[in-house]
Design a binder for this molecule. Structure first.
Ligand SMILES: *[C@@H]1O[C@H](CO)[C@@H](O)[C@H](O)[C@H]1NC(C)=O
Ligand SMILES: *[C@@H]1O[C@H](CO)[C@@H](O)[C@H](O)[C@H]1NC(C)=O
Ligand SMILES: *[C@@H]1O[C@H](CO)[C@@H](O)[C@H](O)[C@H]1NC(C)=O
Ligand SMILES: *[C@@H]1O[C@H](CO)[C@@H](O)[C@H](O)[C@H]1NC(C)=O
Length: 272
């Protein structure tokens, strides 16, 4: 039995076609490259019946075929999207094995499979490629509903592929309500949480982070939240530049605030 196994291993080695290297860019930001190459390097001992095929996502979607010495063909999703004159080497049996995509768009995100076959053997490999679009809009709103509750809403728009959102308050991840929708090929995600104000320290950082797993893309936006809301500045916002003389400005705000307190106090006395 063993000799049979040995013989079949030798036979496979003699007949073999083997993919030795597959180079596919894992993640590219949309608009940063006008051409991208997906390569599938192979060795074969016998080129009789050599065919190179590429598939997108699954075997039902063939996107490329090359039977040397004929011209290669672009099919399906990649029809009119390839440079069919591109040559990756000078060897007539490998030179047109690669996909040369012109103007790669986010819709081409997916898994690419290269299949190399001869009459005697076949090998294949699959690699993912993501053409991602970073967000167009990223907003974090912290809204005080009342003295007790705080509403935190985070929105991210114009992202591809699917993003995930997370809210952190004082470094603690929050259990939030989320929704996501796909419109004209871009995602909009909203996540929100209502929290009790007193659950947090007097000053806490509110953080919203977007993560696109397929692109390994991260971005965060932050807001500082004050548990005891600082008194609203009574000075007109236009005079904010007077902050360069903080002493005077502060005293002014302080005394007006004190004045207001006295009035409130007096009115209470009058009422009772
Ligand atoms: C390659 O394989 C074909 C088909 O099996 C065979 O006819 C041919 O002799 C082989 N060529 C070489 C160089 O081994
Ligand atoms: C490739 O396929 C895997 C497994 O099916 C899937 O999880 C992944 O999202 C795919 N990658 C891309 C870029 O679509
Ligand atoms: C999520 O939404 C539901 C219904 O609107 C609400 O009852 C719940 O408190 C929300 N959860 C969080 C964590 O805000
Ligand atoms: C991350 O988000 C901020 C807004 O919070 C934005 O100004 C910045 O451009 C974003 N970074 C990237 C790499 O898109």
């Amino acid at each position: 039995m063993l000799w049979l196994l040995k013989l079949s291993i030798i036979a496979q080695w003699v007949q073999s076609v083997r993919i030795v290297n597959m180079r596919v860019p894992e993640a590219i930001q949309y608009g940063t490259r006008d051409k991208v190459t997906l390569d599938c390097e192979y060795n074969t001992r016998n080129v009789t019946g050599l065919v190179v095929k590429w598939f997108y996502n699954d075997r039902s979607q063939q996107v490329y075929q090359w039977i040397p010495p004929q011209k290669p063909q672009a099919l399906g999703l990649l029809k009119h999207k390839l440079d069919l004159n591109f040559k990756v080497s000078n060897d007539p049996y490998t030179q047109q094995r690669a996909l040369r995509i012109v103007q790669p768009v986010p819709e081409l995100t997916g898994n690419y499979t290269c299949v190399v076959s001869t009459f005697l053997a076949e090998d294949e490999r699959t690699r993912p490629m993501t053409i991602f679009v970073p967000e167009k809009k990223f907003e974090l709103v912290v809204d005080r509903l009342n003295n007790v509750l705080l509403d935190i809403i985070c929105v991210v728009k114009g992202v591809y592929p699917m993003p995930e959102l997370a809210i952190f308050i004082a470094n603690r991840p929050q259990e939030a309500n989320s929704s996501i929708k796909l419109e004209e090929g871009r995602y909009t995600a909203v996540t929100s949480v209502v929290v009790r104000v007193e659950a947090f320290p007097p000053t806490a950082e509110t953080l919203c982070c977007v993560h696109v797993p397929l692109a390994n893309y991260h971005n965060c936006t932050r807001k500082i939240f004050y548990r005891d809301e600082p008194p609203k500045p009574l000075v007109h916002p236009k005079s904010a530049h007077t902050q360069s003389v903080p002493d005077r400005g502060n005293r002014l705000v302080h005394s007006s605030y004190l004045f207001l307190l006295i009035i409130v106090h007096l009115s209470r006395i009058v009422v009772t």
